[in-house]
Write a protein that binds this ligand. Structure first.
Ligand code: 13P
Length: 247
């Protein structure tokens, strides 16, 4: 099945109003892309980004959200607030949140469910550490992570986007080879097929040191439907080149 590709820039904790404006102008000038493109800035910039990208074909999203709808949760951001700002996506369970903030599979799945309830598409991240890969546990780890999201989302599972981000490839310059990534994507697709008849229409993104020079080979794989880009999403020329490789 031909799935339209999706390239998402995860800006992580980078940017400034001036730098964001330059980056977004660079992206806007390079349209149209032959794929769906989104950027996920830090929370304080979402309103700016939303007004710059409103009425364009570029989309935006957040890097995290709360499981709660509202209340006494200092520092948290509710999915309904993201929806109000026009966020199409929210990344949940990024490995940096799982590791640095101790987020569990269930918390990540609950965030995904809360986002969907507000009409925001969760991008659910899964991925193994280098030690887990070396111990032959990759399949078990990613299946456990995805399984929690599948069961929690139940009949809405087909609405999520999945991102496979091997932790040893994030920010390291070590990309999974297209074959290594495809092997895991195929497993994830199989797992989705067992859960929903819509699995073939779902997007599974690859993330981890995606650059202009390795993007095309990754995108050529049968089950790689785009990417979640970190470092290379901060430079317009690089991000544009990756989007073009997906189109
Ligand atoms: P890098 O592209 O910088 O390796 O980051 C990947 C990532 O974590 C995207 O969410």
């Amino acid at each position: 099945m031909m799935r339209r590709k999706l390239v998402v820039g995860n800006w992580k904790m980078h940017g400034s109003r001036a730098a964001n404006a330059t980056l977004l102008q660079g992206l806007l000038q390079s349209r149209p892309f032959g794929c769906d493109v989104a950027v996920c800035p830090p929370f304080p910039y979402l309103a700016d980004v939303a007004s710059t990208l409103a009425a364009t074909d570029l989309r935006w999203g957040a890097q995290d959200c709360s499981v709660h709808t509202q209340g006494a949760y200092t520092g948290e951001v509710a999915p309904a607030m993201l929806a109000e700002l026009g966020c199409r996506y929210v990344i949940v369970g990024h490995s940096e949140r799982r590791t640095l903030h101790g987020e569990s599979d269930q918390l990540v799945a609950d965030k995904a469910k809360a986002a969907l309830a507000c009409g925001v598409t969760p991008i659910v991240c899964v991925g193994e550490t280098r030690a887990q890969r070396e111990a032959g546990q990759t399949e078990a780890v990613v299946k456990r992570q995805l399984s929690c999201a599948i069961h929690t989302l139940a009949h809405c599972a087909s609405e999520m986007v999945v991102a496979y981000e091997p932790m040893w490839a994030i920010g390291t310059g070590l990309t999974a080879s297209p074959e290594q990534a495809q092997a895991v994507h195929a497993l994830l697709r199989q797992q989705l097929r067992a859960a929903t008849p819509r699995a073939d229409g779902m997007k599974i993104l690859y993330g981890g040191s995606v650059k202009p020079d390795n993007a095309a080979a990754l995108f050529a794989q049968a089950d790689i439907d785009g990417s979640l880009v970190g470092g290379a999403a901060l430079k317009a020329v690089d991000f544009v080149a990756i989007c073009r490789a997906a189109g």
